[in-house]
Write a protein of this length. Structure first.
Length: 231
């Protein structure tokens, strides 16, 4: 029998009968603040009392609606990464009608815009990766693996079509995801060094243009010359 801890399943937020749910605005504010604190302090370092205080509510109320710190963390992750799931659903549908390279460009641009709007995601992933608790496995398998699988599939299709060089997907996908999350996740550093406002959508679009241009120029295969062309 394996001693490895089971991967936790996604759980709904806990709410006992007899008390109304948190309002939409209040719920969203709480999870936004929880994301900031979990990303900064990690799961073990984050205190529910601090999260509740920052959200302007009592700690007993947070425990009442979520039941435990673990459930609050999972609700926070679902809140934070729900946009990535929507992007992947849209991309998976859209790329069915595209050739591999345009489909891959579409996915890269969509992911870059997502990362630009959610700079705390990289920090919370890194915080969990240091602990290697079952939470990290669940986070990777639930939210990161689908992104990598779709990118890997499009890369394999582009290689098979002779559109890009046969470089392993483990390299190519990471070449896109890694710099993107570091760029937007390191927002204070980039803004201090370059004075760029990474919250500006135009900056994200400019970064996407540069990424697509440099990345595909580096991996594209030259098109075969037609008969009669100069050698």
């Amino acid at each position: 029998m394996s001693n490895e801890a089971p991967i936790p399943q996604r759980l709904p937020a806990v709410r006992r009968i007899g008390r109304p749910p948190l309002g939409t605005d209040q719920h969203g504010t709480l999870l936004d603040i929880a994301l900031q604190i979990f990303a900064r302090d990690g799961f073990d370092g984050a205190a529910v009392s601090n999260i509740a205080q920052q959200a302007g509510m009592g700690q007993p109320l947070v425990h009442y609606h979520f039941g435990s710190k673990e459930n609050l963390w999972r609700a926070t992750i679902a809140h934070a990464f729900g946009g990535l799931e929507q992007i992947l659903d849209t991309a998976s549908f859209a790329v069915e009608d595209l050739e591999p390279t345009p489909a891959l460009k579409f996915l890269i641009r969509a992911f870059i815009h997502f990362a630009s709007q959610h700079p705390n995601h990289a920090a919370i992933i890194m915080a969990e990766s240091r602990s290697l608790e079952p939470r990290f496995t669940w986070l990777v398998e639930t939210y990161l693996a689908p992104l990598h699988r779709l990118a890997d599939e499009l890369i394999a299709r582009a290689v098979a079509a002779g559109e890009i060089r046969p470089i392993p997907a483990v390299h190519l996908t990471t070449m896109v995801v890694g710099p993107t999350v570091l760029y937007f996740g390191g927002r204070p550093i980039i803004e201090r060094l370059y004075g760029a406002d990474l919250a500006d959508a135009a900056i994200a679009e400019s970064f996407a243009d540069a990424m697509v241009d440099v990345f595909f120029k580096g991996i594209a295969l030259p098109k075969p010359q037609e008969r009669g062309d100069d050698a």
